[in-house]
Design a protein around this ligand. Structure first.
Ligand code: NAD
Length: 513
C-alpha cells in the first residue's frame, strides 16, 4: 500500500491528462451560504466556519455558520410552504415531474457534484461519478414513480352502519440531519422520499461536508421546486442540530449519525413536541466466513467491507469471523491482497482509498489502532498514518482480537479490520450477535441451509449473502438494537414521511352519530 498522491500526477491533473479531468482543475465553490426560502443568505450572526480539504488540510471555503435564529427562519419558511404553499397540495404526478427535472439537472452536473464530495469528504472522484451522484438522481426517479401512488384504503368496518377509509397525508415539516461519510447519498435517502410525500424540510448537513447539500438546494430551485420546500442551514450539531431536534414547529426529525447523538435527538424530541424521530445510527457489523466459502470471494468481500470509503461506512464489516477450517489460508491471502489496496489522492483513478474526512476522525482511528496493540491484539498489516500532509491511513488488520477489547466492541469508522476465529456455526452466530449494534451482516457460504439458518439468527437490519453492501433504493434499510429506529429506502421510507388519517361517516341515520 502506498500513497500515490505524487507531484507528477498533480501536474497531469492540472493539464487535464488524467481522469481527475475538468472538475479537478476547476475548484470553484459556488455556494457557501445558507439556503432559506429559495435564496442563499448569510447567517444572522454573520459568522462563518472553514471547510477543509482532507487531502492537504487546506481550507476550501468559508461557510455560513447558522445558529438557532437561522433555524427559526428556515422552519418559518418550511412551515409556510407546508401550510399554504403548493407542494403538499400538488398532485403526485406534478411533484414527480419536478423531481424528474431535479434528477436531470443532477445528471448534467455529475462531475461538479462528485468534485465537491471529493474535496470535502475525501471521497474518490471516480466512485462519486459512477455511484454516489447517479444514486441521487436514481433515487429521485424511483420516488417520483411512487409520488402519484400514495393512497389510503377503504376499511372493512366491523360496524355495518359505518363507512371508513384512510388518507395518507404528508407528515409536515421535516428536520433532516446528516453525517459526513456519504454527503450525497444520505442527503438523498432522506430528502427524496420526504419530497415525494409532499413534505417541506430543513436540512443540516454535517459541518465537515456542507458543499454538495448547498449545490443540491440550488439545483432543486432551478428545477422549479417551490421556495421553502428545501431549506439548508449549515453549521454545527450543538447549535443548528440541537435547534432542529427541539423545534416546536418541526413534525419529524430524520437523522443519520452516531448512536450518541441519536440519543440526544430522541431526548430533545421527547422534551419538546414529541415529534416523530427516525434514526440511522452506528454499527459494528459482522462478516461470517464459513468453511465451505469461496476463499477468494471471501477475501475480496472482507477487504471491500472494511476499506471501501476508507472504512467510514456505518455498515463496514469491521468484525470478520472465520471458521477454523479456512482460517489460516484466508489470513494468508488477505494479507497479500491488503498490500495491493492502494491509498491515494481522491482524483487518482488508481486509488482505492482516499484520506479520512478530517483531523479528529484521523486521530480517533490512530488512537484505536494504538489501543488495539496495547490490549494485546496482533497487527497483521498496516497501522500507520501515511505521509505528512493529509489524513491518510494504511488499511489495517488485527488478529487475536477478543470480545472484551475496545476494537471489537466500538465503532472505529476507519480502515481497521478485526479478525476472529470460530469453530461451530452456533459459536459464530453468538459471537456475531455479541454487540450493542445491529445494522448489517455478511455471510459467505455455498450451503443454502446454513445461509438460511444464519440469516434468521443474526439480529441486524440487512443481511448480505455472498456479497457486501447490497444496497438498493428499493431495499429498506434500518438498524436493530442501538443501530437505529425506522427505515430509509424502499417504500417504507416514503411511508415514514406520511401520516395515516382515518375518516368515518355513517351509512344510515343513527341515533347517536
Ligand atoms: P455525528 O453523530 O457526530 O454527527 C451527525 C450529524 O449530527 C452532524 O450533522 C452533526 O453536526 C449533528 N449533530 C452533532 N451533535 C448534535 C446534537 N447535539 N444535536 C443534533 N445534531 C447534532 O456523526 P458523524 O461523526 O457525522 O458520522 C459518523 C456516525 O454516523 C457513525 O456512528 C456512523 O455509523 C453513523 N452513520 C450511520 C449511518 C446509517 O445509515 N446507520 C450512515 C452513515 C453514518
Amino acid at each position: 500500500m502506498h500513497l500515490q498522491f505524487q507531484r507528477e500526477r498533480e501536474r497531469e491533473m492540472e493539464n487535464g491528462k488524467c481522469n481527475g479531468g475538468t472538475a479537478a482543475r476547476s475548484p470553484v465553490i459556488k455556494f457557501t451560504k445558507l439556503f432559506i426560502n429559495g435564496n442563499f443568505c448569510d447567517a444572522v450572526s454573520g459568522k462563518t466556519f472553514e471547510t477543509v480539504d482532507p487531502r492537504n488540510e487546506e481550507v476550501i471555503a468559508m461557510i455560513a455558520e447558522g445558529d438557532k435564529e437561522d433555524v427559526d427562519l428556515a422552519v418559518k419558511a418550511a412551515r409556510f410552504a407546508f401550510d399554504h404553499g403548493p407542494w403538499p397540495r400538488m398532485t403526485g404526478s406534478e411533484r414527480a415531474r419536478l423531481m424528474h427535472r431535479f434528477a436531470d439537472l443532477i445528471d448534467q452536473n455529475i462531475e461538479e457534484l462528485a468534485f465537491l464530495d471529493a474535496v470535502d469528504a475525501g471521497k474518490l472522484f471516480e466512485t462519486g461519478k459512477i455511484m454516489d451522484i447517479p444514486a441521487v438522481s436514481g433515487r429521485l426517479r424511483y420516488y417520483a414513480g411512487a409520488a402519484d401512488k400514495i393512497h389510503g384504503e377503504v376499511l372493512k368496518m366491523t360496524r355495518p352502519s359505518l363507512f371508513g377509509y384512510t388518507l395518507k397525508e404528508p407528515i409536515g415539516v421535516v428536520g433532516i440531519i446528516t453525517p459526513w461519510n456519504f454527503p450525497s447519498i444520505i442527503f438523498a435517502m432522506k430528502v427524496v422520499p420526504a419530497l415525494a410525500a409532499g413534505c417541506t424540510m430543513v436540512v443540516k448537513p454535517a459541518e465537515q461536508t456542507p458543499l454538495s447539500a448547498l449545490f443540491y438546494a440550488h439545483l432543486a430551485n432551478q428545477a422549479g421546486i417551490p421556495d421553502g420546500v428545501i431549506n439548508v442551514v449549515t453549521g454545527f450539531g450543538p447549535t443548528v442540530g440541537a435547534a432542529i431536534s427541539s423545534h416546536m414547529d418541526i413534525d419529524k426529525v430524520s437523522f443519520t449519525g452516531s448512536t450518541e447523538v441519536g440519543r440526544k435527538i430522541m431526548q430533545a424530541a421527547a422534551a419538546s413536541n414529541l415529534k416523530d424521530v427516525s434514526l440511522e445510527l452506528g454499527g459494528k457489523s459482522p462478516l461470517l466466513i464459513f468453511d465451505d466459502a469461496d476463499i477468494d470471494k471471501a477475501v475480496d468481500l472482507a477487504l471491500l467491507g472494511n476499506f471501501y470509503n476508507k472504512g467510514e461506512v456505518c455498515v463496514a464489516s469491521s468484525r470478520v469471523f472465520v471458521q477454523e477450517g479456512v482460517y489460516n489460508s484466508l489470513v494468508k491471502k488477505l494479507v497479500e491482497k491488503a498490500k495491493d489496496w492502494t491509498v491515494g489522492d481522491t482524483f487518482d483513478p488508481t486509488a482505492r482509498q482516499g484520506p479520512q474526512v478530517g483531523r479528529r476522525q484521523f486521530e480517533k482511528i490512530l488512537s484505536y489502532i494504538d489501543q488495539g496493540k496495547r490490549e494485546g491484539a496482533t497487527l497483521l498489516c498496516g497501522g500507520n498514518a501515511i505521509g505528512d500532509k493529509g489524513y491518510y491511513i494504511e488499511p489495517t488488520i488485527f488478529v487475536d482480537v477478543t470480545e472484551d477489547m475496545k476494537i471489537y466492541q466500538d465503532e472505529i469508522f476507519g480502515p481497521v479490520m478485526s479478525l476472529m476465529k470460530f469453530k461451530t456455526v452456533e459459536e459464530g452466530i453468538e459471537m456475531a450477535n455479541n454487540t450493542r449494534y445491529g445494522l448489517a451482516a455478511g455471510i459467505v457460504s455455498k450451503n443454502i441451509d446454513l445461509v438460511n439458518r444464519v440469516s434468521r439468527s443474526i439480529r441486524a437490519g440487512a443481511i448480505w449473502v455472498n456479497c457486501y453492501y447490497g444496497f438498493d433504493v428499493d431495499c429498506p434499510f434500518g438498524g436493530y438494537k442501538m443501530s437505529g429506529v425506522g427505515q430509509d429506502s424502499g417504500l417504507e421510507a416514503l411511508h415514514s414521511y406520511l401520516h395515516v388519517k382515518s375518516v368515518v361517516t355513517p351509512l344510515h341515520n343513527s341515533p347517536w352519530l
